[in-house]
Design a protein around this ligand. Structure first.
Ligand code: ADP
Ligand code: MG
Length: 466
């Protein structure tokens, strides 16, 4: 046999098959599933491919086997079938090219960092929170909705200089802001152990500041934060409104940025949407790179579930994973929680996970996810209820008969959706957030003083909640 030549040909056929699949299914699906495929051999008329786990095999067979066969046949018409086998060794095959590599899990250095971290946490008076060893870049699954935030975080962690200051990460609950901040800290601690990194929540920052004030120790407090190379403050929306802490945060922030130290901040809203934050602070927060994390896409949810199932070594049928990715759209934390619940149940009962047990176990969670209302639905329902046109929700008309229902709809939007006041204002014909705030207050007042109005609102709320 002319083995080397033959082999080379096959390898380039395989490269073309992979290239086409990649183009057809997009980067996320490719990375999450098909990248795990290793070419083994051609035996007779059959191509043999391997994947690291049974889970991935089931998935690929049920979704891509036909396509794989067609693409192979286009390269080599003598081939009749594609076989995918499980071979745990092929984990050592083609390495993923995510910049962080796959090192963090296995290396003892992780434990080392944890020890150093906890020693540090107890030694000083003020310092950051402990880091969660699970929250590394390596464990972070990247998709369309979070790729900008991921890239920015990685850039900050990996560069010796300050690429943008501050990095402002924002997005809804459970979409990975804290995860990325911990990942930055881990990465820097590993790569440049002498850079001083502090991560803490805005609440903890406030608490420490208040304590320093009480103990007349504010000098030490300031020193502590102003001598770091990288300061990360999580959930800064909690600082808003608290005047003296906001002031202190502003000074700390400015001092660090002026000295060209890296600052990373997260919040649940964009800088300009932060309520109760001083204008100068908002504008300063938006000076660097502002990266938002969007709600997850179906593909990303699949990727995350698959990664987590593999991690906890639980055999979850592809059908169940698909089902969960379809149904649980709120955030990653709930997705993780759902998977953990069915995994725990399976282990306890000693029976494999099925679609039926999943539906049964998660019915409460699934219902809650079904029930998520949108501002559009609220506008429609409220308009129907008060017998006005939906377009009046956006119109400039101010007559009471239209303005009142509009206020009720704004109020319910604030109550039932995670949208911010400015976002709500935009959906009501581009109104200002103060108009929404006023509407919310007005409806609250009326509910307290007018019982039939209160009943109306209550009825609408229940209807909308399903
Ligand atoms: P946030 O701080 O935005 O509220 P977290 O960072 O705490 O959200 O994320 C919630 C949970 O979801 C964490 O357990 C985190 O590890 C996980 N998670 C979020 N996004 C991802 C992702 N892209 N890949 C893997 N896990 C994720
Ligand atoms: Mg968080």
């Amino acid at each position: 046999m002319t083995a080397p030549m033959h082999n080379e040909q096959i390898q380039s056929q395989w490269a073309r098959v992979r290239g086409k699949l990649r183009a057809e299914m997009g980067e996320t699906a490719y990375r999450n599933w098909l990248k795990k495929l290793t070419f083994l051999q051609i035996r007779g008329q059959e191509v043999e491919l391997a994947v690291p786990t049974r889970f991935v095999r089931d998935w690929i067979v049920s979704h891509y086997q036909d396509r794989l066969r067609t693409l192979w046949q286009a390269e080599n018409p003598t081939l009749r079938a594609v076989e995918v086998i499980v071979d745990s060794n092929c984990l050592n095959g083609p390495v993923e090219t995510r910049p962080a590599g796959r090192m963090a899990e296995a290396e003892p250095v992780t434990a080392e960092i944890v020890r150093r971290e906890s020693a540090e946490s107890t030694s000083g008076n003020f310092v950051g929170a402990a880091l969660d060893p699970r929250l590394t870049f390596d464990e972070f699954v990247v998709g369309k909705s979070n790729e900008l935030a991921y890239a920015a975080a990685y850039r900050v962690a990996d560069s010796k200089t300050v690429p943008f200051n501050p990095l402002f990460l924002y997005g809804g609950v459970g979409l990975g802001k804290t995860h990325l901040m911990h990942a930055i800290a881990w990465h820097i601690r590993k790569r440049s152990p002498d850079r001083r990194v502090i991560y803490l929540s805005a609440e903890k920052f406030m608490y420490q500041f208040v304590r320093a004030l009480r103990d007349k120790n504010t000098m030490a407090f300031k020193e502590q934060f102003r001598s770091v190379d990288v300061l990360m403050i999580d959930d800064v929306q909690f600082i808003s409104g608290k005047d003296s802490t906001q002031e202190e945060f502003f000074h700390t922030f400015n001092a660090l940025v002026d000295q060209n130290r890296q600052v990373v901040v997260s919040a649940d809203k964009s800088p300009s949407d932060l309520e109760g934050m001083e204008e100068r602070m908002k504008s300063r927060l938006g000076w660097g790179l502002v990266a938002d994390i969007h709600p997850t896409t179906y593909e990303l949810r699949l990727g995350i579930l698959q990664a987590k199932a593999e991690k906890i070594k639980q055999d979850v049928p592809a059908k169940v994973i698909e089902f969960l990715a379809h149904k649980i759209t709120s955030n990653v934390r709930e997705l993780e929680g759902a998977l953990n619940r069915i995994a725990a149940h399976a282990t306890l009962i000693g029976r494999p996970v099925t679609l039926e047990t999943t539906q049964e176990l998660l019915h409460d969670l699934l219902r809650a996810n079904d029930r998520r209302v949108t501002i559009e639905e609220i506008q429609k329902r409220v308009a129907e209820h008060f017998n006005i046109k939906v377009s009046d929700m956006h119109s400039a008309r101010r007559s009471r008969g239209v303005a009142r229902p509009r206020q009720v709809a704004m109020y319910l939007s604030k109550l039932l959706t995670p949208r911010s006041l400015p976002e709500i204002g935009r959906k009501f014909g581009g109104r200002d957030h103060t108009t929404v705030m006023h509407a919310v207050r007005r409806v609250e007042e009326l509910r307290a003083s007018d019982s039939s109005f209160a009943e109306d609102v209550e009825l609408l709320r229940r209807m909308l909640e399903g």
